[in-house]
Design a protein around this ligand. Structure first.
Ligand SMILES: Nc1ncnc2c1ncn2[C@@H]1O[C@H](COP(=O)(O)OP(=O)(O)OP(=O)(O)O)[C@@H](O)[C@H]1O
Ligand SMILES: C=C(C)CCOP(=O)(O)O
Length: 252
């Protein structure tokens, strides 16, 4: 059973401070992952992790005017964005390794591409083989080579839906700062089937974010038809244990 879990960049970093990890939430997330995958009878067998950019990738992408659609031909700009994501990825990996999670990195800048229509291809064989060998692949939002654009931004959310489709994932979870998609009264919406139902109260992100915040997340999930749960950091263990926390998004 394949599970894809995204740790939102807003969760594991401190959005008000450039390139700063949120030690408390990253530690709690690593604890929850370790509890689910380490030991003789793990609750989750084939786990793929993806993490977002938070205060690492997004400010650099913004500074260089790079989005998911508009790229840069400047290798220094591309390396600024990628370098920040590598630093964050190292921080995530080290917390997982400290807890004996057999995590291995997959860096999308070196393993993915977009064609002129924006369609993404990436080295899914690498991820599949890692799973087959008992590792936990850890991917992340990154720069991506993009035909006609140079290097554009690849959101972790986009990676999640592609991984879910290509690996035929049984469970998909996106952990963000909020306990789910919230309505105008701040209550968690239990289920979303169509963007029109929620677009009045869906916004971007409170943080610097070039990939669309919650609105971008929900749109991507609905457009690709991948059923998923959106929940907060307190619910990672519940999700990895097979529960259905937060908002369920399913357009099928
Ligand atoms: N209706 C809504 N319900 C919940 N969150 C919302 C809503 N509208 C806007 N948001 C914002 O969307 C944010 C979540 O999107 P964001 O892209 O920041 O998440 P993330 O995946 O954790 O971060 P990153 O993109 O860095 O990986 C919330 O923190 C909140 O500020
Ligand atoms: C900004 C960069 C480089 C990554 C964005 O990934 P996301 O935070 O998952 O949207």
């Amino acid at each position: 059973m394949v599970t894809v879990l995204k740790l939102g960049g807003s969760v594991i970093t401190r959005k008000e401070r450039p390139e700063t990890v949120d030690e408390r939430t990253l530690t709690e997330a690593a604890d929850a992952v370790a509890a689910a995958v380490v030991g003789p009878d793990p609750a989750t067998s084939d786990l793929v992790l993806v993490h977002g950019g938070g205060s690492f990738g997004h400010p650099h992408a913004k500074e260089h005017g790079v989005t998911t659609a508009e790229g840069t031909s400047d290798f220094r700009a591309a390396m600024d964005i990628h370098g920040a994501m590598l630093t964050l990825n190292e921080a995530v990996l080290s917390r997982l390794h400290d807890r004996n999670v057999p995590a291995l990195p997959v860096h999308p800048l070196s393993a993915a591409a977009r064609d002129e229509d924006g369609t993404l291809s990436y080295a899914v064989d690498t991820v599949e083989t890692m799973l087959g060998e008992g590792f936990v692949p850890v991917l992340h939002g990154d720069g991506v080579v993009h035909a006609g654009e140079g290097v554009s931004v690849l959101s972790g959310d986009e990676l999640v839906v592609r991984l879910a489709a290509d690996l035929d994932a049984d469970r998909v979870g996106l952990c963000s700062t909020v306990p789910g998609v919230l309505d105008l009264d701040g209550a968690v919406v239990p289920e979303i089937g169509a963007f029109e139902d929620v677009h009045d109260y869906l916004g971007g992100s409170d943080a610097t974010d070039v990939t669309g915040g919650m609105a971008g997340k929900v749109r991507t999930l609905l457009e690709t038809g991948v059923p998923a749960h959106v929940f907060g950091p307190d619910a990672i263990d519940e999700f990895l244990d097979g529960g259905s926390p937060g908002t369920r998004i399913d357009s099928r």
